[in-house]
Ligand binder design. Sequence first.
Ligand SMILES: Cc1ncc(COP(=O)(O)O)c(C=O)c1O
Length: 412
Amino acid sequence: MFSKGDHVMDKIATERTKSRLGTQVVHAGEPRQNPYGSITVPIVQTAAYTFADTDALEQFMAERMFWDKPEFQEYGRYGNPTVRVVEEKLAVLEGGEEAILLSSGMAAITLALLILLHPGDHLVITSDLYRRTRTFCHTFLKRWGVEISVVPPGDLEALEAAICPRTRFIFSEIPTNPFLHVIDLEQLVAIARRHQVYTIVDSTFATPCNLNPLAYGVDLVVHSVTKYLAGHNDLLAGVIVSSSDLMTPLREAQAMFGAVVDPSAAYLILRGLKTLALRVERQNATAMTVAQYLETHPRVRRVWYPGLPSHPDHAVARRQLRGFGGVVSFEIDGTGEETRRFVDALRIPRLAPSLGGVESLVTIPALMSFYDASPEERAALGITDQLVRLSVGIEDPEDLLADIEQALAQLD
Ligand SMILES: Cc1ncc(COP(=O)(O)O)c(C=O)c1O
């Protein structure tokens, strides 16, 4: 598919050294010349690849290194040219050497942890990880003989104290869900290096626009591509990005586990990524405006947004993030019933569990991701019936503010 002179890797080298994010989201990883002179990367919708004759087949088998040959593969589970372009673009955006695109964010997280941890290993996680990630650690990983320690977000002393000789990884999110804690990556990496432990960071909420964890020395970055990267609430995908040789076993495992992305979905991701910088810039700005507005409203008890000085991690966030993100969490000053009334009165944000897309989405965590959590678990994590999480889309900010204002007015 790609001629030699236009190999994607040459392009990446150029994009890496020369362009900024707004240009990279459009061009990085893409061949300059596509088949048929197509401006856009073709969707190579195939399950397997044909060989001209048995000599060509034999030569391929003798030389094969599946993921080193973006221009040719043998079978769709081992690689696809459309998928490969998305991977190259995401590697550039995160400043990593390599990216693996998978069928969902959870596929990325579970594959990384299952393959890189062995029985007897120890893993340190923070207590506010995405609930499914925590459940995976406490159920599946424990079943495979991996021991888990859970530490409060932001408590780096507790994190260091939890490390033992068997600790192999620290896993954290940035910012976290729903309270948007921002861990100090410099300190996290310093602790990890002191104890020769690897770090994985789920940077879904930050996006490569607001943060590049690899630049701080984090070993592996994962994203739910479903959220900001794809950005249109229309597909599921995940990615692992790294410059370390930890990627080789992960690539091999993906070829076996089969958690691959369909070429059509890969094209939609590519298309979504073109506007990532624009979307996130808008979402950062609107979320800040909404957070500031909510903080002054008498029917709002508390707001969590890392861009506000009132957020416990504001200082770290200012130092580390280029933008504070598109998610705002807040508590209604009222009952759970009133909180539901407020959410039901919203006309623009839809009631749905995801985030990061062009449509604003709102959720009451107690009614959704923590519906089946025990009262003790909810209390420990601060999940109240009044807590609302708003993922700001790209709608007109004034419309969004007016909508929130009228919904809050329903409580009077
Ligand atoms: C921070 C974070 N990581 C991972 C995931 C899982 O991603 P996916 O839904 O694409 O499997 C989510 C999903 O909500 C998330 O919020």
